[in-house]
Design a binder for this molecule. Structure first.
Ligand code: HEM
Length: 228
């Protein structure tokens, strides 16, 4: 049967993706600034909220968004990577096996970065949590890099613009392989919740304990020790 353009990524998954990418980049570039500490913390909380949503959507979402559709073992990853060097690289409508591992790594590092950030700025835990926070954020940056390289390489090998598919939701497939619903209302609620949080965020957060003089001293202590 001929291939056509079918809907693969529902709207909530796409909205989640770009909000997570923007929040991570925003949190990363504001990480060192005392002045933008509130923005950094708010974007970190946004990431935690988004991950919470994605964990739920991975269970109740549409076919290709569900974790069950991209639960690949190490052998599948090796087979997939080998196939890339053959004449007929494996093609997956949803996430491919290698990409799925990068995605789980992104979700895990985002979760660890967000939780350790929350605990650090609530003055719970010590220097090790601040270090874990920084380590998780750097690890996430490295995985983002691998993720983007993977997207570009597989777009090239399959002659299909995967980044555009994360925007319009469509890939080449057979009729019947696509999903039926975009879930616009869920996506709209996700956008509204995020914008609402950003708009009133500073009020909900209250004084950030991590901005206390004690917390600032602890952070400076870690920074000086790392430099020294
Ligand atoms: C901070 C940057 C980024 C983060 C944290 C990130 C994170 C993620 C996550 C978590 C997923 C899984 C989506 C899901 O199933 O929920 C994903 C998939 C995807 N991302 Fe990103 N992403 C980032 C940047 C980008 C960029 C810049 C592009 C475009 C070049 C991109 C293209 C894609 C594509 C095409 C997929 C689907 C992969 C597939 O076809 O299997 N991402 N990304």
């Amino acid at each position: 049967m001929d291939k056509t353009r079918v809907l693969i990524w529902d709207l909530p998954t796409r909205v989640f993706h770009w909000l997570l990418a923007a929040s991570f980049l925003g949190a990363f570039v504001t990480a060192e600034s005392e002045r933008l500490r509130d923005v950094h913390v708010m974007l970190g909380y946004t990431m935690l909220g988004l991950i919470g949503f994605r964990l739920l959507w991975g269970v109740i979402g549409t076919r290709y968004a569900r974790f069950g559709s991209f639960a690949f073992g190490p052998r599948s990853v090796v087979r997939y990577l080998k196939s890339l060097f053959s004449r007929s690289p494996q093609h997956h409508l949803g996430h491919n096996p290698a990409g799925s591992w990068a995605i789980y790594a992104l979700l895990a590092t985002a979760l660890v970065a967000g939780l350790s950030g929350y605990l650090t700025y609530s003055d719970i835990g010590g220097d090790w949590l601040a270090e874990l926070h920084e380590g998780a954020a750097n690890a996430m940056l490295a995985v983002v890099f691998v993720h983007i390289v993977g997207v570009v390489v597989s777009s090239f090998l399959h002659r299909e613009n995967l980044a555009a598919a994360m925007v319009n939701g469509r890939k080449a497939g057979r009729p019947g392989e696509g999903i039926c619903y975009r879930h616009r209302i869920v996506a709209a609620l996700l956008v509204l919740a995020t914008l609402g949080f950003w708009a009133g965020g500073a009020d909900y957060l209250g004084p950030i304990p991590g901005n206390s003089p004690e917390a600032a001293t602890a952070r400076n202590h870690v920074a000086h020790r790392d430099r020294g």
